[in-house]
Design a protein around this ligand. Structure first.
Ligand code: FMN
Length: 359
Protein backbone atom coordinates (compact mmCIF):
# COMPACT_ATOMS: atom_id res chain seq x y z
CA UNK A 1 0.00 0.00 0.00
CA UNK A 2 2.99 2.31 0.37
CA UNK A 3 2.85 3.25 -3.29
CA UNK A 4 -0.90 3.76 -3.54
CA UNK A 5 -2.15 7.34 -3.94
CA UNK A 6 -3.95 8.90 -0.99
CA UNK A 7 -6.57 11.62 -0.75
CA UNK A 8 -5.70 13.79 2.24
CA UNK A 9 -8.90 15.77 2.62
CA UNK A 10 -8.95 16.76 -1.03
CA UNK A 11 -5.17 16.98 -1.46
CA UNK A 12 -4.03 14.14 -3.70
CA UNK A 13 -0.81 12.47 -2.57
CA UNK A 14 1.13 10.28 -5.01
CA UNK A 15 1.85 7.69 -2.35
CA UNK A 16 1.41 7.14 1.38
CA UNK A 17 4.96 7.97 2.36
CA UNK A 18 5.74 11.25 4.10
CA UNK A 19 9.03 13.06 4.66
CA UNK A 20 9.18 13.66 8.42
CA UNK A 21 9.99 17.21 9.54
CA UNK A 22 13.74 17.65 10.05
CA UNK A 23 15.57 20.70 11.30
CA UNK A 24 18.68 21.13 9.13
CA UNK A 25 19.86 24.64 10.05
CA UNK A 26 20.53 25.63 6.41
CA UNK A 27 18.62 28.92 6.43
CA UNK A 28 20.59 32.17 6.60
CA UNK A 29 21.84 33.51 9.92
CA UNK A 30 18.82 35.83 9.68
CA UNK A 31 16.52 32.80 9.45
CA UNK A 32 15.57 33.24 5.78
CA UNK A 33 15.23 30.03 3.71
CA UNK A 34 18.23 29.60 1.40
CA UNK A 35 18.61 28.47 -2.21
CA UNK A 36 20.08 25.10 -1.24
CA UNK A 37 16.85 24.43 0.62
CA UNK A 38 15.00 24.76 -2.71
CA UNK A 39 17.12 21.98 -4.24
CA UNK A 40 16.94 19.78 -1.14
CA UNK A 41 13.14 19.77 -0.99
CA UNK A 42 12.61 19.71 -4.78
CA UNK A 43 14.81 16.61 -5.05
CA UNK A 44 12.50 14.78 -2.62
CA UNK A 45 9.17 15.84 -4.18
CA UNK A 46 8.21 12.35 -5.33
CA UNK A 47 7.35 11.37 -1.77
CA UNK A 48 3.60 11.65 -1.07
CA UNK A 49 3.94 14.59 1.30
CA UNK A 50 6.89 16.63 2.53
CA UNK A 51 6.67 18.15 5.98
CA UNK A 52 9.21 20.94 6.22
CA UNK A 53 11.74 21.40 8.95
CA UNK A 54 10.55 23.16 12.09
CA UNK A 55 9.88 26.80 11.15
CA UNK A 56 9.19 29.55 13.63
CA UNK A 57 5.92 31.50 13.54
CA UNK A 58 7.47 34.36 15.54
CA UNK A 59 10.83 35.98 16.41
CA UNK A 60 10.69 34.55 19.94
CA UNK A 61 10.54 31.02 18.51
CA UNK A 62 13.88 31.24 16.69
CA UNK A 63 15.91 29.72 19.50
CA UNK A 64 18.17 27.63 17.26
CA UNK A 65 20.83 28.85 14.84
CA UNK A 66 19.83 29.13 11.16
CA UNK A 67 16.34 27.68 11.47
CA UNK A 68 13.84 29.34 9.13
CA UNK A 69 11.05 31.69 10.12
CA UNK A 70 7.65 32.33 8.58
CA UNK A 71 6.39 35.66 9.82
CA UNK A 72 7.46 38.34 7.29
CA UNK A 73 7.44 39.09 3.56
CA UNK A 74 11.05 38.01 3.09
CA UNK A 75 10.31 34.59 4.60
CA UNK A 76 7.22 34.23 2.39
CA UNK A 77 9.15 35.05 -0.80
CA UNK A 78 11.95 32.63 0.03
CA UNK A 79 9.57 29.83 1.01
CA UNK A 80 7.61 30.43 -2.23
CA UNK A 81 10.69 29.34 -4.19
CA UNK A 82 10.69 26.09 -2.20
CA UNK A 83 6.97 25.35 -2.59
CA UNK A 84 7.02 26.27 -6.31
CA UNK A 85 9.92 23.89 -6.96
CA UNK A 86 8.21 21.07 -5.04
CA UNK A 87 4.93 21.64 -6.89
CA UNK A 88 6.69 21.79 -10.27
CA UNK A 89 8.00 18.31 -9.49
CA UNK A 90 4.49 17.13 -8.65
CA UNK A 91 4.97 17.11 -4.88
CA UNK A 92 3.03 18.34 -1.88
CA UNK A 93 4.42 20.23 1.08
CA UNK A 94 3.22 21.29 4.55
CA UNK A 95 5.24 23.61 6.74
CA UNK A 96 5.91 22.55 10.31
CA UNK A 97 5.39 25.50 12.65
CA UNK A 98 7.83 25.09 15.54
CA UNK A 99 8.21 27.66 18.30
CA UNK A 100 11.29 26.75 20.32
CA UNK A 101 9.92 28.36 23.51
CA UNK A 102 12.38 27.64 26.35
CA UNK A 103 14.56 25.40 24.15
CA UNK A 104 16.42 28.51 23.15
CA UNK A 105 19.64 30.47 23.60
CA UNK A 106 19.76 34.26 23.50
CA UNK A 107 22.67 34.29 21.05
CA UNK A 108 20.42 32.67 18.42
CA UNK A 109 17.51 35.08 18.80
CA UNK A 110 17.06 38.22 16.72
CA UNK A 111 17.30 41.60 18.44
CA UNK A 112 14.28 42.26 20.64
CA UNK A 113 13.23 38.60 20.85
CA UNK A 114 13.26 36.52 24.03
CA UNK A 115 12.89 32.96 25.14
CA UNK A 116 9.39 32.24 26.47
CA UNK A 117 7.66 29.33 28.16
CA UNK A 118 4.97 28.29 30.59
CA UNK A 119 7.31 28.90 33.56
CA UNK A 120 10.33 31.12 34.22
CA UNK A 121 12.49 28.03 34.62
CA UNK A 122 15.43 27.20 32.39
CA UNK A 123 15.72 23.83 30.73
CA UNK A 124 18.75 22.09 32.27
CA UNK A 125 20.49 21.77 28.92
CA UNK A 126 22.72 23.53 26.41
CA UNK A 127 21.84 24.91 23.01
CA UNK A 128 24.28 25.27 20.10
CA UNK A 129 25.04 28.82 19.01
CA UNK A 130 27.17 29.90 16.03
CA UNK A 131 28.70 32.70 18.07
CA UNK A 132 29.76 30.87 21.24
CA UNK A 133 29.26 27.13 20.75
CA UNK A 134 27.16 25.38 23.38
CA UNK A 135 25.39 27.78 25.71
CA UNK A 136 23.03 27.12 28.61
CA UNK A 137 19.36 27.44 27.63
CA UNK A 138 17.92 30.81 28.64
CA UNK A 139 15.67 31.35 31.61
CA UNK A 140 12.42 31.88 29.68
CA UNK A 141 9.94 34.62 30.31
CA UNK A 142 6.75 32.99 31.69
CA UNK A 143 3.94 33.96 29.32
CA UNK A 144 1.02 35.80 30.92
CA UNK A 145 -2.50 34.93 29.77
CA UNK A 146 -2.56 38.10 27.64
CA UNK A 147 0.79 37.21 26.09
CA UNK A 148 -0.52 33.71 25.35
CA UNK A 149 -3.28 35.32 23.28
CA UNK A 150 -0.58 37.12 21.31
CA UNK A 151 1.35 33.89 20.68
CA UNK A 152 -1.84 32.16 19.50
CA UNK A 153 -2.41 35.05 17.09
CA UNK A 154 1.18 34.71 15.84
CA UNK A 155 0.56 31.06 14.94
CA UNK A 156 -2.62 31.96 13.05
CA UNK A 157 -0.89 34.80 11.18
CA UNK A 158 2.00 32.51 10.28
CA UNK A 159 -0.42 29.83 9.04
CA UNK A 160 -2.00 32.41 6.72
CA UNK A 161 1.43 33.39 5.44
CA UNK A 162 2.13 29.69 4.85
CA UNK A 163 -0.76 29.55 2.40
CA UNK A 164 0.45 32.77 0.74
CA UNK A 165 3.87 31.12 0.43
CA UNK A 166 2.28 28.21 -1.42
CA UNK A 167 2.30 25.53 1.28
CA UNK A 168 -0.48 22.94 1.01
CA UNK A 169 -1.01 23.06 4.75
CA UNK A 170 0.49 23.47 8.20
CA UNK A 171 1.68 20.93 10.76
CA UNK A 172 1.67 22.38 14.27
CA UNK A 173 4.67 21.05 16.20
CA UNK A 174 3.11 19.83 19.42
CA UNK A 175 5.92 17.34 20.04
CA UNK A 176 9.55 17.00 21.14
CA UNK A 177 9.49 19.52 23.97
CA UNK A 178 8.94 22.73 21.97
CA UNK A 179 6.53 25.43 23.08
CA UNK A 180 3.25 23.58 22.60
CA UNK A 181 4.51 20.48 24.40
CA UNK A 182 6.05 22.68 27.10
CA UNK A 183 2.46 23.59 27.95
CA UNK A 184 1.11 20.04 27.52
CA UNK A 185 3.72 18.43 29.74
CA UNK A 186 3.10 18.38 33.49
CA UNK A 187 6.82 18.09 34.26
CA UNK A 188 7.44 21.42 32.51
CA UNK A 189 4.12 23.20 33.03
CA UNK A 190 3.34 23.61 36.73
CA UNK A 191 1.23 26.75 36.29
CA UNK A 192 -1.80 27.23 38.48
CA UNK A 193 -3.78 29.63 36.26
CA UNK A 194 -6.06 28.80 33.32
CA UNK A 195 -3.17 27.10 31.46
CA UNK A 196 -1.94 24.63 34.08
CA UNK A 197 -2.87 22.54 37.08
CA UNK A 198 -5.20 20.09 35.27
CA UNK A 199 -5.24 18.08 32.08
CA UNK A 200 -7.77 20.44 30.52
CA UNK A 201 -5.73 23.49 31.44
CA UNK A 202 -2.48 22.01 30.09
CA UNK A 203 -4.26 21.10 26.83
CA UNK A 204 -5.75 24.56 26.48
CA UNK A 205 -2.74 26.25 24.82
CA UNK A 206 -2.54 23.53 22.14
CA UNK A 207 -6.29 23.60 21.54
CA UNK A 208 -6.33 27.39 21.23
CA UNK A 209 -3.54 27.27 18.66
CA UNK A 210 -5.25 24.53 16.66
CA UNK A 211 -8.56 26.41 16.81
CA UNK A 212 -6.94 29.64 15.61
CA UNK A 213 -5.08 27.85 12.82
CA UNK A 214 -8.24 26.09 11.67
CA UNK A 215 -10.04 29.45 11.62
CA UNK A 216 -7.18 30.98 9.63
CA UNK A 217 -6.62 28.36 6.92
CA UNK A 218 -9.21 25.58 7.32
CA UNK A 219 -9.31 22.29 9.21
CA UNK A 220 -8.42 20.30 6.09
CA UNK A 221 -5.07 22.09 5.93
CA UNK A 222 -4.20 21.79 9.64
CA UNK A 223 -2.33 18.85 11.16
CA UNK A 224 -0.55 18.39 14.48
CA UNK A 225 2.46 16.37 15.65
CA UNK A 226 2.41 14.89 19.15
CA UNK A 227 4.94 12.89 21.20
CA UNK A 228 3.37 11.49 24.35
CA UNK A 229 6.01 9.58 26.35
CA UNK A 230 8.74 11.48 24.50
CA UNK A 231 11.64 12.66 26.62
CA UNK A 232 13.34 15.14 24.32
CA UNK A 233 13.99 18.62 25.75
CA UNK A 234 13.38 17.43 29.31
CA UNK A 235 9.72 16.48 29.00
CA UNK A 236 8.96 12.81 29.86
CA UNK A 237 5.89 10.93 31.05
CA UNK A 238 3.79 12.11 33.99
CA UNK A 239 0.80 10.91 36.01
CA UNK A 240 -2.36 10.97 33.92
CA UNK A 241 -0.54 11.38 30.60
CA UNK A 242 -2.75 8.95 28.69
CA UNK A 243 -6.04 10.42 29.92
CA UNK A 244 -4.78 13.91 29.05
CA UNK A 245 -3.77 12.98 25.50
CA UNK A 246 -7.08 11.16 24.94
CA UNK A 247 -8.90 14.31 26.04
CA UNK A 248 -6.75 16.27 23.59
CA UNK A 249 -7.53 13.74 20.84
CA UNK A 250 -11.27 14.21 21.41
CA UNK A 251 -10.85 17.98 21.09
CA UNK A 252 -8.88 17.51 17.86
CA UNK A 253 -11.68 15.30 16.53
CA UNK A 254 -14.26 17.97 17.10
CA UNK A 255 -11.96 20.48 15.40
CA UNK A 256 -11.93 18.03 12.45
CA UNK A 257 -8.25 18.56 11.62
CA UNK A 258 -6.48 16.92 8.67
CA UNK A 259 -4.31 14.55 10.70
CA UNK A 260 -2.54 13.60 13.89
CA UNK A 261 1.14 12.72 13.44
CA UNK A 262 2.51 10.58 16.22
CA UNK A 263 6.21 10.53 17.09
CA UNK A 264 7.84 7.37 18.39
CA UNK A 265 11.49 8.03 19.13
CA UNK A 266 12.22 4.63 20.65
CA UNK A 267 14.59 4.09 17.70
CA UNK A 268 16.51 7.15 18.93
CA UNK A 269 16.72 5.97 22.53
CA UNK A 270 13.48 7.50 23.86
CA UNK A 271 11.03 5.44 25.92
CA UNK A 272 8.73 3.17 23.90
CA UNK A 273 5.20 4.51 23.39
CA UNK A 274 2.92 1.68 24.62
CA UNK A 275 1.26 0.04 21.61
CA UNK A 276 -2.11 -0.23 23.31
CA UNK A 277 -2.06 3.52 23.99
CA UNK A 278 -1.19 4.32 20.37
CA UNK A 279 -4.14 2.18 19.24
CA UNK A 280 -6.50 3.90 21.68
CA UNK A 281 -5.25 7.32 20.66
CA UNK A 282 -5.81 6.51 16.99
CA UNK A 283 -9.29 5.17 17.69
CA UNK A 284 -10.20 8.13 19.88
CA UNK A 285 -9.07 10.68 17.28
CA UNK A 286 -10.71 8.76 14.45
CA UNK A 287 -9.24 10.93 11.67
CA UNK A 288 -6.17 10.52 9.48
CA UNK A 289 -3.33 9.05 11.51
CA UNK A 290 0.34 9.36 10.57
CA UNK A 291 2.95 7.15 12.23
CA UNK A 292 6.69 7.82 12.37
CA UNK A 293 9.92 6.74 13.98
CA UNK A 294 12.36 4.01 12.99
CA UNK A 295 10.19 2.73 10.14
CA UNK A 296 11.46 0.75 7.18
CA UNK A 297 9.73 -0.63 4.11
CA UNK A 298 8.40 -3.72 5.91
CA UNK A 299 7.27 -2.11 9.17
CA UNK A 300 5.68 0.83 7.36
CA UNK A 301 3.83 -1.45 4.95
CA UNK A 302 2.58 -3.49 7.91
CA UNK A 303 1.20 -0.40 9.64
CA UNK A 304 -0.74 0.49 6.48
CA UNK A 305 -1.92 -3.08 5.83
CA UNK A 306 -3.20 -3.57 9.38
CA UNK A 307 -4.89 -0.18 9.41
CA UNK A 308 -2.69 1.00 12.30
CA UNK A 309 -1.79 4.08 10.24
CA UNK A 310 -3.05 5.89 7.14
CA UNK A 311 0.26 7.55 6.30
CA UNK A 312 3.83 6.69 7.29
CA UNK A 313 6.62 9.19 7.80
CA UNK A 314 10.35 8.59 7.38
CA UNK A 315 13.03 10.94 8.64
CA UNK A 316 16.69 9.94 8.41
CA UNK A 317 16.22 7.61 5.40
CA UNK A 318 14.77 10.51 3.35
CA UNK A 319 17.41 12.93 4.59
CA UNK A 320 20.11 10.60 3.23
CA UNK A 321 18.31 9.47 0.05
CA UNK A 322 16.90 12.05 -2.34
CA UNK A 323 15.64 9.11 -4.42
CA UNK A 324 14.09 7.41 -1.37
CA UNK A 325 10.82 6.55 -3.16
CA UNK A 326 12.45 4.83 -6.13
CA UNK A 327 14.85 2.99 -3.80
CA UNK A 328 11.83 1.76 -1.84
CA UNK A 329 10.16 0.68 -5.07
CA UNK A 330 13.15 -1.33 -6.20
CA UNK A 331 14.00 -2.45 -2.67
CA UNK A 332 17.46 -0.96 -3.16
CA UNK A 333 19.96 -0.33 -0.43
CA UNK A 334 19.82 3.09 1.26
CA UNK A 335 22.63 5.60 1.83
CA UNK A 336 23.41 5.87 5.54
CA UNK A 337 22.74 9.29 7.12
CA UNK A 338 25.79 11.24 8.28
CA UNK A 339 25.04 12.52 11.77
CA UNK A 340 28.01 14.92 11.72
CA UNK A 341 26.36 17.07 9.02
CA UNK A 342 22.75 17.00 10.25
CA UNK A 343 22.88 20.58 11.54
CA UNK A 344 25.94 22.16 9.90
CA UNK A 345 25.68 24.96 7.32
CA UNK A 346 26.30 24.37 3.62
CA UNK A 347 25.72 21.68 1.03
CA UNK A 348 27.88 18.98 2.59
CA UNK A 349 25.65 16.26 3.97
CA UNK A 350 22.63 18.19 2.73
CA UNK A 351 22.15 18.39 -1.02
CA UNK A 352 25.05 16.09 -1.97
CA UNK A 353 23.75 12.63 -1.02
CA UNK A 354 24.06 10.52 -4.19
CA UNK A 355 21.09 9.11 -6.08
CA UNK A 356 21.21 5.48 -7.10
CA UNK A 357 22.51 5.91 -10.64
CA UNK A 358 25.60 7.68 -9.35
CA UNK A 359 25.86 6.01 -5.95
C1 FMN B 1 18.32 15.87 11.75
C2 FMN B 1 16.97 15.71 12.37
C3 FMN B 1 16.19 16.82 12.59
C4 FMN B 1 14.90 16.70 13.13
N1 FMN B 1 14.12 17.82 13.27
C5 FMN B 1 12.81 17.70 13.60
C6 FMN B 1 11.93 18.81 13.52
O1 FMN B 1 12.29 19.94 13.14
N2 FMN B 1 10.63 18.61 13.88
C7 FMN B 1 10.16 17.39 14.29
O2 FMN B 1 8.99 17.25 14.59
N3 FMN B 1 10.99 16.31 14.34
C8 FMN B 1 12.27 16.43 13.98
N4 FMN B 1 13.08 15.32 13.94
C9 FMN B 1 12.50 13.98 14.20
C10 FMN B 1 12.07 13.31 12.89
O3 FMN B 1 10.95 13.97 12.32
C11 FMN B 1 11.69 11.84 13.09
O4 FMN B 1 10.63 11.76 13.99
C12 FMN B 1 12.87 11.01 13.60
O5 FMN B 1 14.02 11.21 12.80
C13 FMN B 1 12.55 9.52 13.67
O6 FMN B 1 12.21 9.04 12.40
P1 FMN B 1 13.26 8.17 11.52
O7 FMN B 1 13.62 6.98 12.38
O8 FMN B 1 12.50 7.80 10.29
O9 FMN B 1 14.46 9.05 11.27
C14 FMN B 1 14.39 15.42 13.47
C15 FMN B 1 15.20 14.30 13.25
C16 FMN B 1 16.46 14.42 12.69
C17 FMN B 1 17.29 13.19 12.42
Amino acid sequence: MLFKPYDLRGLSLRNRMVMAPMTRNRASVDHVPSLIMVDYYAARADIGLIISEGTSPAPDGLGYARIPGLFNAEHVAAWKSVTDAVHENGGRIFVQLMHTGRASAAANLPAGARSVGPMAEAMADSIFTDADGMQPADVPHALSETEIDEVVAQYAASAKLAITAGFDGVELHGANGYLIEQFLNANVNRRTDGYGGSAAARNRFAIEIVTATVAAIGAERTGIRLSPYGAFNHTGAFDGIEAQYLELARALTSLDIAYVHLVNHASMGAPEVPGSFVATLRETFGGVFMASGGLNRESAERLLQTGAADLVAFGRPVLANPDFVSRMESNAELNAPDFATFYTPGEKGYSDYPVLATA
